[in-house]
Design a binder for this molecule. Structure first.
Ligand code: N01
Length: 556
């Protein structure tokens, strides 16, 4: 025991030391590395995967595609980058997004400071030294003053706890953790579980390959046709001629997406006008559908006008009325769960080789060696595709043993739900930054905008700390309490809390039901973040080494 301890201590002392350790080489981690370097800081990125891209590295299931237009789902920080890159489709596919991520990594020479195949297992704050010690599954240790968690909101795949799943003799694939080598599903009897965004994208592709596809649905979801198409060159030119202005305009919109948002109440216009507007948005395609009126996510009556329009569309597309009824969501307001964008999802159920199995009336009993039993029916299967989602927003963080002051673990601190100040830091964990953390707009936005704004804020903060010669920055408990109260109140005024969604964490057994993202929108949130910084980082305690102990005692 003593030997192991001293070995551990020695490797700790010899551990490579950096100004900043960044966990994750997705879009957040890559940009953080770029800005840390610009500040003259030494930085390294630790990444589980063998390549960059984060969630886009892992979600390589057939049909994986972004639901934010590609002209917007990209970095805005470099004019040359956004001018030189060409997107081939209105909505980029996963392979193209991954190609873009690799292009960025090469263009900014990021790879030399990324350690791949390195899963971070623990991050421990050493109070005496004000240093984070970060350790990986390969037994490597690193030390840094600042630690940035760029671990992503949708990066911890959630495997369902279905009895007998381990006994299945066929292949099991999770959409959020799809194999890197090609998978041939031609002629298979496939069972797909889950009908969220991932399920809705993968199902039409599986149907084209399968001998027979059974879609096991517990809850139907609202989906709008994506109307994906090859990039229109005039549209691309239009964007590129005024890219900077459009990016600025996008940041004035709640979701950070440059789009037309209705300013009227859905109930303030005639039924005919409403129908025209919904038809126009349905024909245009994409998730902008719920931006038709200002109160669709606030007022149940307004919402039901849009929900009923989509249900009617489903009934028009699906030829079997019983199947159409099962596919039409009735248990939540439209948009209160993340709305989906699809390509031929509903019409896929008109195919002879596709069967919808309603798990509400035929509960999933068990998986066995050769298939699955739902209700009293056994379905023989070769392959199971789990499109069962993520332990969202906090899942990647809770997989790491993060230990702050006085040996407090983040898991323990967040036992009843995550608490942060601005989603960026959490008290008791000095010098630990979170990109798109709980309490920030994150998943309710074009996440690249949310990432860029958070990372820039962190970089500006690091520059400020460097100038001051500060050793630590830490959110105060009272600032955090005030912020979380504001986050909760903002959600209460909306319909988001009316759905059992991963926004609330209810898809993960035992996870506290707390609405995690900040619904205040990009402009409001960004203004608050900027004001906090301009006000000398109000709500944070910044300490130099000599001040450290006394200041902390004063705060405590
Ligand atoms: O996950 P989900 P997702 N038995 O949690 C079902 C983003 N994304 O990966 O609703 C049976 O939405 C579950 O059923 P229920 C996007 O933000 C974006 O699809 O709990 N069923 C549900 O149907 C999205 O919102 C893109 O009753 C079980 C499904 O699995 C987020 O990722 C593409 C089950 C999970 O749906 C997550 O989407 C893909 C069980 N035991 C993802 N457990 C684009 O950009 C779970 N389910 C387009």
């Amino acid at each position: 025991m003593q030997n192991t301890d001293s070995l551990e201590q020695r490797s700790m002392i010899e551990a490579p030391s950096f100004d900043v350790i960044i966990v994750g080489a997705g879009f957040a981690g890559m940009y953080m590395l770029h800005l840390a370097r610009e500040l003259g800081l030494t930085a390294t990125v630790l990444e589980t995967a063998p390549g960059v891209g984060g969630t886009w590295f892992w979600n390589r299931y057939p049909g994986a595609r972004c639901d934010v237009e590609s002209m917007q789902y990209s970095y805005s920080f470099c004019e040359e980058l956004q001018q030189e890159w060409h997107w081939s489709e209105r909505y980029a596919s996963q392979p193209e997004i991954l190609k873009y991520a690799n292009h960025v990594a090469n263009r900014f020479d990021l790879l030399r400071d990324i350690r791949f195949n390195s899963r971070v297992e623990s991050a421990i704050f050493h109070e005496g030294e004000d240093v984070w010690q970060v350790s990986t599954d390969g037994g490597e240790h690193y030390r840094a003053k600042w630690c940035v968690m760029a671990t992503g909101c949708l990066s911890a795949a959630q495997r369902p706890n279905i009895p007998g799943l381990g006994t299945f003799k066929g292949e099991i694939y999770h959409t959020g953790n799809w194999p890197q080598e090609p998978v041939d599903l031609t002629g298979r009897k496939i069972g797909a579980i889950g009908t969220g965004s991932s399920g809705i994208q993968v199902v039409p592709e599986l149907a084209k390959l399968a001998k027979h596809l059974y879609v096991f649905q517990r809850t139907p979801n609202f989906s709008i046709p994506a109307r994906n198409q090859p990039m229109d060159s005039a549209y691309e030119t239009e964007w590129k001629q005024s890219y900077a202005q459009r990016r600025t305009a996008a940041r004035t919109m709640p979701a950070g997406i440059f789009t037309d948002i209705g300013t009227k109440s859905a109930l303030a216009v005639s039924a005919d006008d409403r129908l025209l507007e919904y038809e126009r948005r349905w024909a245009a395609g994409g998730t902008g559908f719920t931006g038709a009126y200002s109160d669709l996510l606030k007022d149940e009556d307004a919402n039901s006008t849009a929900a009923e329009f989509v249900r009617k569309k489903i009934r028009e597309v699906v030829t079997d009325p019983a199947v159409a009824t099962l596919l039409a969501p009735v248990d939540h307001p439209i948009g209160s769960k993340r709305i989906c964008a699809d390509t031929n999802y509903f019409s896929t159920f008109n195919r002879q080789n596709v069967t919808l199995v309603d798990l509400r009336s035929n509960p999933l009993q068990e998986v066995s060696e050769n298939g699955l039993t739902a209700g009293s029916q056994f379905y023989e299967l070769d392959t199971l595709v789990l499109a069962t989602g993520f332990d969202a927003i906090t899942g990647a963080l809770s997989k790491i043993d993060i230990v702050g002051r006085q040996a407090l673990t983040l898991k323990e601190k967040w036992r009843d739900g995550p608490n942060t100040y601005l989603g960026l830091m959490t008290s008791g964990f000095p010098n630990l930054f979170i990109v798109t953390g709980p309490g920030s707009p994150s998943v309710l936005t074009n996440v690249i905008v949310a990432i860029e704004d958070n990372v820039k804020w962190i970089a500006d903060c690091l520059a400020h700390l460097k100038t001051r010669g500060a050793e630590t920055i830490e959110a105060t408990a009272s600032a955090e309490e005030g912020w979380m109260e504001h986050v909760g109140q903002a959600a209460e005024g909306t319909l988001y809390t009316k759905a059992k969604s991963w926004y609330l964490g209810v898809n993960v057994p035992g996870k506290p039901a707390v609405f995690m993202p900040y619904v205040g929108g990009v402009p409001t949130y960004q203004k608050i973040c900027e004001e906090v910084a301009a006000d000398g980082y109000k709500g944070f305690v910044i300490e130099g080494r000599s001040e450290s102990l006394s200041a902390r005692q004063a705060v405590g």
